[in-house]
Design a protein around this ligand. Sequence first.
Ligand SMILES: Cc1cc2nc3c(=O)[nH]c(=O)nc-3n(C[C@H](O)[C@H](O)[C@H](O)COP(=O)(O)O)c2cc1C
Length: 373
Amino acid sequence: MLTKLAKQLGLDFPIFAFTHCRDVVAAVTNAGGIGVLGATGFSPEKLQIELDWIDDKVGNRPYGVDVIIPKRFEGRGEGNIDKQRELVKSAIPDGYKEFARNLLDEGGIPPLPPGKKLEDRLSMTDAISAPLVDVALSHKNCRLIANALGTPPENVIKQVQDAGVMIGALCGSPKHAQYHVDAGLDFIIAQGGEGGGHTGTIGSMVLWPEVVKIAGNIPVIAAGGIGSGRQMHAALALGAQGVWCGSIWLTTTDAETSEASKQSMFDASSSDTVRSKSFTGKHVRMLRNKWTDAWDAPGNPDSLGSPMQMMMAGESIVRMNRHPEKSQDYFFNPVGQIVGSMNKSISARDQVMEFVTEYLEVNEELNNLLPEG
Ligand SMILES: Cc1cc2nc3c(=O)[nH]c(=O)nc-3n(C[C@H](O)[C@H](O)[C@H](O)COP(=O)(O)O)c2cc1C
């Protein structure tokens, strides 16, 4: 099970855990895999605090940090955050915030108190992510940086590699894998369309070997639909050097996922997710609900692009978070199709051990398939 990539990173098992929760990062890293902290949405100050905390828990073991710098978005290349924010804000047409407000009114979710001022939140841009990369690189146990939604800008690739840290990126199609190869990335995460979060349409079974072929000597990590040792076995058989999982950690006891969201995931089947642009402006696989249905319904406004839709939805997200008990049918719950098999809550450490145990059992099972004699 120890692949070249896992050995290079100092792992016992080639299990990469994408998560927004520092506890999950530390637990998976300490269990012999590697936790990767999703830093999108964090300020540099908050990321500093989280990584200092993780450093304290993991000794010399490695972890990673993930940022989002999409290939295309309104305001790309504008290095000044305030200017970028203004550009994005001015690209939100009239009527959109109104539509979102009415939607939550209909759902009985109380409005914000009069006079409450909200900052226009910007995320998923180069100007926002650059300081996060600086913070990550100032922590010596941060051994990898990953980027979602495109090949990282050339200067970021150079900065990370010059610091002796590996840099890779997610991709959902062979075309995007080729861009990553051409840019000289150190690893590629091939995410099939069944995965949670931003995702394409090609299924893992088809995508992984396609990307492995294109990547040549660059290691490929398989993502999308992996929640068991059996699925991990399949990923390595298809040429991957590791597995990158996101959904499975959401219902672990270490995760900060709200009890209400955990319950929605326990209740969901593998057909209850949808790819929708309704929160971030790019296709995200998440639990289908009244919010996604409304934005995807014909005749209603189409979701905006990125990062306008996210900025526009900011007010609604704050509103939902203030009244979680009334917002169950509207929440942003990114999760992949494996949600249908996520029906118990164990610790992240035990989850890693379950992966390993089942992987070994499958080895045994395959050996037993050989005819005797
Ligand atoms: C709640 C959630 C949030 C995610 N956010 C990000 C993100 O910020 N950056 C990123 O690179 N990938 C993100 N992803 C995708 C994961 O990195 C991973 O590729 C994906 O979850 C793998 O598929 P799986 O959900 O079937 O395990 C997210 C996934 C989930 C479930």
